[in-house]
Design a protein around this ligand. Structure first.
Ligand code: BEZ
Ligand code: FE
Length: 292
């Protein structure tokens, strides 16, 4: 019998006994992580004092979460998102210098291989929604332009759905595009004003939110991944601060520094130049990359 196999399991000794079993683990990080997980899990169970029926319900929930996952749906990431863990991991690892743009949650709707476009292109392929111009610059921490940066953008449509959620209704790669910044670090494209939407909530995580009296909505936003060799890749959004859900994002992704000023423009001449009918929206947003 090894030393770490001595002692009896009781309510008081439970965490020490279980963590002690890992004494021979050769992976120090794994051992440390499991020690913390066991300690906190046992403390939570002792505080909650679940009945057997309640514990079975918890296991059923986790089982259903696993069963809901496939190539297109990752219910565990959704669980991490709505519990604030995705944003917490992001915050712990942020460590960017003062002035650099902040990251936020990636979400499940980014896809590789979106079309590369010239500046000014309208990424809304079905033209449904309120017209929008998005423009800005990508800068380094000293305010110098970052030319040649890749600006990968994607967003939901005017009804709150990504193209991949409505494969029969929206054209492929609707509201997605990849741009490259010019010599001044500039980028611009045309699109439609995004609206708030619900994260996928037809599974166990949605049911959990409902039971907790929480809504599944995210405030209107555009997603960006901005990358350039020599810089830390930025995965972020810009948000509409006037959105009704700006203070109650289901996944806690909103940061004040990522809210942008969406202005309504009533200028028929400019609208014509942009191939828009009547009033449209304009938003300008600069991104600041930290050195990589
Ligand atoms: C999104 O913004 O696309 C998203 C983020 C987290 C969960 C679901 C969707
Ligand atoms: Fe989104």
């Amino acid at each position: 019998m090894n030393e770490h196999e001595t002692g009896y399991f009781t309510e008081e000794s439970s965490a020490d006994i279980v963590a002690g079993r890992n004494a021979a683990c050769k992976d120090e990080r794994l051992k440390e992580v499991m020690e913390v997980v066991i300690r906190h899990l046992h403390a939570a169970v002792k505080e909650i004092k679940p009945t057997q029926a309640e514990w079975s319900k918890a296991i059923e929930f986790l089982t259903a979460t696993g069963h809901k996952c496939d190539r297109w749906r990752q219910e565990f990431i959704l669980l991490s998102d709505v519990l604030g863990v995705s944003m917490l991991v992001d915050a712990i690892n942020a460590g960017r210098p003062e002035g650099a743009s902040e990251n936020t949650v990636l979400g499940p709707f980014h896809i590789d291989g979106a079309p590369k476009y010239e500046h000014g292109r309208n990424i809304c392929l079905d033209r449904k929604g309120e017209d929008l111009v998005v423009r800005g610059r990508v800068l380094d921490i000293d305010g110098n332009p970052v030319a040649g940066a890749t600006v990968d953008v994607w967003q939901a449509n005017d009804e709150g759905f990504y193209d991949v959620q409505q494969k029969d209704l929206q054209p492929a790669f609707n509201l997605r595009g990849v741009f490259t910044t010019d010599e001044q670090g500039g980028y611009w494209f045309r699109s439609v004003k995004p609206k708030f939407y619900s994260i996928p909530h037809d599974g166990p995580v949605g049911k959990m939110l409902d039971s907790l009296g929480r809504h599944p909505r995210r405030p209107a936003h555009l997603h960006f991944i901005i990358s350039r060799e020599g810089f830390d890749t930025l995965t972020t959004h810009i948000f509409d601060p006037d959105d009704p859900y700006i203070h109650s994002d289901a996944v806690f992704g909103v940061k004040e520094s990522l809210t942008a000023d969406f202005q309504k423009i009533g200028n028929p001449q400019k609208a014509k130049e942009l191939d828009f009918d009547g009033e449209y929206w304009e938003v300008e947003f600069n991104f600041v990359l930290a050195p990589g």
